[in-house]
Design a protein. Structure first.
Length: 146
């Protein structure tokens, strides 16, 4: 009868191990979310800085054109102003693309670890089932006197 009790103990131990194994996943997910928040926060700061720099450049350029008596709204002066805006927006998009790549890499790493964890968990579950089956067979054969 001791063989059957061992199977139950093995099952309980496996369940406790499974719950304990999920704790690092929760911690790792919280860390990943904190890193993503930090990346997003930095992204917003950089965006504000780049836009402020663009406004300064536009102001300086307008002053230059104004001192020369040229209107900054049309012609080649307007093209210069549009280019400054376009360059600033392109810089923001480039930064965002790099940040999104980092975020996707963080998420992918966590997903891969979860996949590996699930594979290990399913392997442990199969091992425990086999142990329970063997224990049950031993118990049955001991009852029959084999």
């Amino acid at each position: 009868m001791g063989g059957y009790g061992n199977s139950i103990d093995a099952f309980k131990e496996g369940e406790a191990t499974k719950n304990f194994a999920r704790e690092p996943d929760k911690i790792e997910e919280a860390n990943m979310k904190a890193k993503i928040r930090e990346i997003r926060r930095r992204q917003e700061i950089e965006k504000r800085k780049r836009r402020e720099k663009m406004r300064q450049q536009l102001g300086v350029q307008r002053a230059r054109f104004g001192s020369q008596g040229i209107s900054s709204s049309g012609g080649s002066a307007g093209a210069v102003m549009r280019r400054i805006k376009k360059n600033a927006e392109q810089d923001i998009q480039d930064q965002r693309g790099g940040d999104n790549y980092q975020i996707n890499r963080l998420k992918g790493t966590l997903q891969n670890k979860r996949r590996l964890s699930l594979l290990a968990e399913s392997s442990d579950r199969a091992r425990r089932k086999n142990e329970m089956l063997r224990s049950g067979l031993r118990f049955g054969t001991s009852l029959l006197g084999f």
